[in-house]
Design a protein around this ligand. Structure first.
Ligand SMILES: *[C@@H]1O[C@H](CO)[C@@H](O)[C@H](O)[C@H]1NC(C)=O
Ligand SMILES: [Ca+2]
Ligand SMILES: [Ca+2]
Length: 152
């Protein structure tokens, strides 16, 4: 390989390395897991307010995609002293009983509902949360105030 060619090759490698790194660098206040960044709330909010906060941050309300991700989020919640749970970007407001993700209105591929949930308690539970003590999902009243996690 001649000198010009090897220099070009080095440039390409350096460029690829820098874009790879920038893909997974999280902004201040966000925590990295895999290739995603997460922001854990300092206060509680209703489902709608939590969603708006996440959107304003350029992110989305947490949608859990695997058991590994859920275990990591669970640990982060415990360390932060969240007593109750966090909202999931998952609702059946559009069609009762059919939970879909906020990001694409499709049924989630991964789910971890508690036994007997979602039960639409008092016919008034349309938002999903990750329940820390039970390490599983439950549907609950959307106007309740709990912690939340934004993801981007
Ligand atoms: C699910 O949440 C409701 C409140 O929204 C609660 O009453 C119920 O006990 C929870 N289910 C389980 C299995 O903990
Ligand atoms: Ca419901
Ligand atoms: Ca329920």
């Amino acid at each position: 390989m001649n000198n010009a060619k090897s220099q070009l090759l080095l440039l390409i490698i350096a460029f690829l390395a820098s874009t790879e790194a920038s893909l997974i660098r999280c902004e201040r206040g966000w925590v990295q897991f895999g290739k995603k960044c997460y922001k854990f709330s300092h206060s509680t909010a209703t489902f709608k307010d939590a969603m708006v906060m996440c959107n304003n941050n350029g992110g989305r309300l947490l949608e859990l995609q695997s058991r590994e991700e859920e275990n990591w989020v669970d640990l982060q919640c415990r360390v932060r002293g969240y007593g109750f749970g966090v909202w999931l970007g998952l609702t059946d407001l559009q069609r009762e009983g059919q939970y879909v993700t906020m990001s694409d209105a499709h049924r989630p591929r991964y789910s971890n509902w508690m036994r007997g949930e979602p039960n639409n308690g008092n016919r008034n539970e349309h938002c999903a949360m990750y329940w820390i003590t039970k390490k599983a999902w439950n549907d609950t009243v959307c106007t309740g105030r709990i912690n939340y996690v934004c993801k981007k």
